[in-house]
Design a protein around this ligand. Structure first.
Ligand code: AMP
Ligand code: MG
Length: 345
């Protein structure tokens, strides 16, 4: 039985959920990025249950969520000076760092790797839940593997009701995309997954920071195991298109109408004669915040095919937004024909 609870960070029911979490249960909770599906990171059976509930591939490691420095010291072997500076600038917040793992962390969490990904979320409910549980919390996104991540409690209920002990409703997530994953174990810090913190912000603290080469060329094997899977995909077929290419969008919509396919457009401001038209908002941040919700809405409303406009701006959250769009669309971008892009950002 899954209990759905709506809480403030100081409420009594949150204590109940935290105790269940510490004792080996599964608790879905809001963070500022997306909803997480948490288990006690030091309990191997609990962690294994996450993979079962999500249908997650065994070789895809989990991020360990912490609420204070003491927890960090428990799960990592050492804390490099670069990490200290990043923690100062971005924690709590949407930055995940890769460290060498300590003995305490079971390999179920790291999928056999000797490194561990760690993040301190800024959402008050997430922080309070972890703190009350008293243990580091392993948590991937709280969705069924492959489907769009969850950014509202309704999404979590749709995907995981009956499979977890608690779902904590904290409303809509603020960032809407997952954290930036940064590998600090090599000479030059590398972004393995673009996310809530942009490369420019990281460079302003560290100097040199690079994207992992597989983000620029999907024919290379990514260093972050999760990046190789089809991900975030709606049931409808999804194509991306440049926001300025109005004519192309209209041509395709006319074609779908003729073939009797129910069409949807994620539009950056323009009006289109589609069966379902959803507006991505005023900025790339709005688009990012609403992306997964809009993809899920398209499925609920029965779209057969979706055209999503690519964001116009660059920098900040945009590489993360493009990365999720490209993944969700399987790299399919419309130009005169359908092109399959090899870049991931
Ligand atoms: P999720 O929690 O579902 O958003 O996925 C977590 C992401 O972090 C996946 O892309 C994982 O492959 C990545 N990740 C977690 N731990 C590690 C690690 N030790 N090394 C590299 N990538 C990791
Ligand atoms: Mg995920």
């Amino acid at each position: 039985m899954t209990k759905v609870i709506t809480v403030k960070e100081d409420s009594k029911v949150l204590k109940e959920a935290a105790e269940k979490l510490a004792a080996g249960g599964l608790v879905a909770f809001p963070t500022e990025t997306v909803y997480g599906l948490g288990a006690n990171a030091l309990n191997e059976t609990a962690v294994a249950n996450i993979f079962v509930a999500k249908g997650r591939p065994q070789d895809n490691p989990l991020i360990v969520h912490i609420s204070d420095r003491e927890m960090l010291e428990k799960v990592v072997r050492s804390i490099p000076e670069r990490a200290e500076r990043l923690m100062e600038a971005f924690w709590p917040g949407p930055l995940t760092m890769i460290f060498e793992k300590s003995e305490m962390v079971p390999i179920t969490v790291t999928a056999g790797l000797n490194t561990v990904a760690v993040r301190m979320p800024s959402h008050p409910v997430a922080l309070s839940l972890i703190q009350k549980s008293g243990v580091p919390v392993a948590a991937p996104s709280a969705n069924l593997s492959g489907s769009p991540s969850t950014t509202r409690a309704e999404h979590v209920i749709a995907d995981l009701s009956g499979k977890v002990d608690y779902i904590i409703d904290g409303g809509a997530c603020q960032v809407g995309l997952e954290s930036t994953v940064l590998d600090l174990t090599g000479e030059v810090p590398q972004i393995l997954r673009p996310g809530g913190i942009g490369i420019e912000a990281l460079q302003s603290v560290l100097g040199e920071v690079r994207y992992e080469p597989a983000l620029k060329d999907s024919r290379q094997v990514p260093k972050s195991p999760g990046m190789k899977y089809r991900h975030y995909a709606p049931k409808a077929e999804l194509f991306l298109v440049e926001a300025s290419d109005r004519e192309l969008i209209e041509q395709h919509l006319a074609d779908y109408r003729q073939k009797g396919r129910k069409s949807g457009v994620l539009s950056c401001g323009g009006h289109y004669e589609a069966d379902i038209l959803l507006d991505c908002g005023q900025s790339a941040e709005d688009y990012a915040r609403n992306l997964f919700d809009m993809l899920r809405k398209m499925d609920e409303l029965g779209a057969d095919v979706i055209l999503a406009e690519l964001p116009k701006d660059s920098g900040g959250i945009v590489p993360a937004l493009k990365n999720r769009l490209l993944k969700a669309a399987g790299g399919q971008v419309l130009s005169q024909y359908v092109e399959t892009k090899t870049e991931r950002i």
